[in-house]
Design a protein. Structure first.
Length: 191
């Protein structure tokens, strides 16, 4: 009887621990709602490791989504651009102290900047660190071999749940590429 009680208790405890995912999942908590991301460490190990280290250190607490880009030439609601976030606007001193990450191009990872893809923002290759963006619609112009220096951006995850929140954020009033009001990221945490 004790054995049966122990087994039932173990099963109940295991059932309460939340979903078990193959890949790491993180939650971006914003004042517009939550966005859950799935990260791909098997494809972009250095980028995912760096992003998770920033999350674990509380780096993104009180960050924001501060930038919005609309894809030129598209007039529908499915292919409209991106939103960019991090700490550049809220705590730029933190951002400038973080070294760049080795660039993992989409040629290396096999990922592409399709709808919901999460990628690191950068200037030159090797300068990406904490700032990230979420694609709204297919933005394959950010893949390896296209535009700018041809190296593309480092895609490392995808929105698992919450694209409705991403689109709601994107529709907020902006002045050029900057949101008129802060879109607060209160926390990013592992699930």
């Amino acid at each position: 009887m004790q054995k049966l009680i122990f087994i039932l208790l173990a099963v109940a405890i295991a059932g309460c621990s939340g979903p078990a995912y193959k890949n790491p999942h993180v939650l971006i908590a914003t004042n517009f709602g939550d966005v859950e991301l799935e990260l791909f460490p098997d494809k972009a190990p250095k980028t995912v490791a760096a992003f998770l280290s920033y999350i674990d250190s509380g780096y993104y607490d009180n960050g924001s989504f501060y930038r919005v880009l609309m894809t030129e030439g598209f007039s529908n609601d499915t292919n409209t651009g991106l939103i960019q976030g991090g700490t550049w606007i809220t705590t730029d001193k933190k951002h400038t102290a973080v070294p760049g990450i080795v660039h993992e191009s989409t040629k290396q990872t096999g990922l592409s900047h399709t709808d919901g893809t999460v990628s690191l923002a950068r200037l030159a290759v090797g300068t990406a660190s904490t700032e990230f963006f979420i694609c709204i619609g297919d933005q394959t112009q950010f893949d390896y071999g296209k535009g700018g220096d041809g190296e593309g951006f480092a895609a490392f995850g995808k929105v698992f749940e919450g694209m409705d929140v991403v689109r709601k954020i994107q529709r907020e009033h902006s002045n050029g590429e900057s949101f008129a009001k802060k879109i607060i990221i209160s926390k990013i945490k592992r699930l």
